[in-house]
Design a protein around this ligand. Structure first.
Ligand code: ASP
Length: 309
């Protein structure tokens, strides 16, 4: 089986000021994941490494650089899932954890549960020796400034929500040389979200899903819309019906747009290595490594190809 990794850095109207850094970030993540695949590593290790790379990159709304909630604090959500066994782990509303995707993996591997939330997730992190950072350690100066700007100038909840949904969530899907698929998604959510709001990202079947029988998906975009249509599973349902990754992604995103007026983006890989990065927002930074070929894009229909040695 020829291994493949696809990553995204969030679907939204990425301003020009962030464009270059977002593309550089997804390319670096795809390459980091690809190194794992080349060494014969698992799809699960691959998606974890790729997502950690983006959590550590402050340009993305995940880990370091996450957006702030209505109280000006970071609350992070993440999921990881492996297609061989359908094992999954997730965390929601965790605070001051640098790499929520790895905490999600620990939930999957070290507990009898699938998701831990808030205080309990933080207690679990402490109990297994995951460092709890100082408050604000993950907050960038730019995000604090943006948050203050929105607090001051955007008052209506609807206006506030519409202006900011979809904000640089990160995700990865991979197929390894043994034919196993996996997915991971990690986010700070939406700026000024209510304290305790959980979006689609850590919810199995919505923000991500992986099944060796169908494929793996990671989603980004308006969380409440993605939840309503269980976007990741919807895409895999269409693939089970015989659609290609890109047909399934397109018709599912179109359905979400028509049915609940939500926009977003997805990355998908099938068990045979058919993959896509598709979105209905203005932009989505994405990259893929398929053999020695690196593909990436930011604008609709953009698909740039580079051969790496
Ligand atoms: N889906 C994420 C959420 O609603 C946001 C995003 O993808 O940008 O929390």
């Amino acid at each position: 089986m020829k291994p493949v990794i696809v990553v995204h850095g969030g679907a939204w109207a990425i301003p020009d000021a962030f464009a270059e850094a977002s593309v550089a970030g997804v390319k670096a993540a795809a390459q980091a994941g690809s190194e794992v695949l080349k060494r014969g590593g698992s799809a699960l290790d691959t998606v974890e490494v790729a997502v950690r790379t983006m959590e550590d990159d402050p340009v993305f709304d995940a880990g370091h650089g996450a957006v702030l909630n209505a109280d000006g604090e970071v609350e992070l959500d993440a999921i990881i899932m492996e297609g061989k066994t359908l094992a999954a782990g997730a965390v929601s509303s965790v605070r001051n954890i640098a790499n929520p995707v790895s905490l999600a993996r620990a939930v999957m591997e070290k507990t009898d549960h699938i998701m831990l939330t808030g205080h309990g997730a933080n207690l679990f992190a402490e109990s297994i020796g995951v460092p709890i950072l100082m408050p604000d350690a993950l907050v960038t100066k730019e995000e604090r400034k943006e948050w203050e700007h929105y607090k001051k100038y955007i008052v209506g909840v609807k206006e506030l929500f519409n202006s900011q949904w979809g904000h640089d969530t990160v995700g990865a899907v991979a197929l390894d040389s043994f034919g196993n698929v996996a997915c991971a998604t990690s986010t700070g959510g939406i700026r000024n979200k209510m304290v305790g709001r959980v979006g689609d990202s850590p919810i199995i079947g919505s923000g991500g899903y992986a099944d060796n029988k169908s494929g793996a998906v990671s989603c980004t975009g308006h969380g409440e819309s993605i939840l309503k249509v269980t976007l990741a599973r919807l895409i895999l349902f269409h693939m089970d019906q015989g659609r290609t990754a890109s047909e399934a992604a397109e018709c599912s995103l179109q359905y979400m747009g028509e049915r609940v007026q939500g926009g977003g983006g997805v990355i998908v890989v099938s068990p045979t290595g058919d993959w896509t990065a598709t979105f209905t927002t203005e932009r989505m930074a994405w990259a893929a490594m398929d053999g020695n070929l690196l593909y990436y894009g930011l604008n609709p229909k953009e698909n740039i190809k580079e051969t790496l040695n």
